[in-house]
Design a protein around this ligand. Structure first.
Ligand code: IMP
Ligand code: MG
Length: 173
């Protein structure tokens, strides 16, 4: 297994995150916005995105596990850590590193819509990878569309490695 080509370099990620931050700033004017990072993958993206949003925001995290083969989601999602913030009446923006099958995001949307009395739930993913999409879940803010491949870096891991790469690379499995 080795790191193959660079898929997204540092500069293009930075430029795109700025634009996403501007869009979110415009869309959530006057609203109580809470960014919910999906651990662990979203930690770097959330840190950069949050600093491009020119609004008062609250930030919290959720952790879920999905059981299945190492590089693919099974769809059976288990909640590992709930957000601690009171989300009643607030606008939730779920921040994710990558949407693959979409099963995790579909589960999370449902969780926030039913378990907590939130005002709205939207999703923001750095990468939308459509190759293995298994739901019709829509991502409201997408950084990049990538057709295929297993990606690492900028928070994305393979077996907990490579998260600290400053860019996104494809892994040759
Ligand atoms: P989904 O439920 O199939 O959409 O899975 C989403 C989760 O799988 C992401 O939050 C990632 O943790 C992981 N994942 C999917 N594709 C990749 C990838 O290419 N690299 C690293 N993690 C991935
Ligand atoms: Mg993840």
């Amino acid at each position: 297994m080795k790191i193959a080509a660079t898929v997204l370099d540092r500069e293009e990620i930075e430029a795109r995150v700025k634009v996403l931050g501007q869009q979110i700033t415009e869309d959530y004017q006057g609203k109580k916005l809470v960014l919910i990072g999906i651990l662990n993958g979203a930690f770097i993206f959330l840190a950069d995105l949050a600093r491009e949003i020119q609004l008062a925001v609250e930030i919290d995290f959720i952790r879920v596990a999905s059981y299945g083969k190492a590089a693919a989601s099974s769809g059976s999602v288990v909640l590992r850590k709930e957000p601690d913030l009171d989300l009643v009446g607030k606008h939730v923006l779920l921040v994710e590193d990558i949407i693959d099958s979409g099963l995790t995001m579909a589960w999370l949307r449902e969780y926030f819509l039913t378990k907590q009395q939130v005002a709205s739930v939207k999703t923001c993913a750095l990468i939308d990878k459509k190759e293995r999409r298994a739901t019709d879940v829509q991502t409201d803010y997408v950084g990049f569309n990538v057709e295929q491949g297993f990606l690492v870096g900028y928070g994305l891991d393979y077996a907990q490695n490579y998260r600290n790469l400053p860019k996104v690379c494809a892994l040759e499995l």
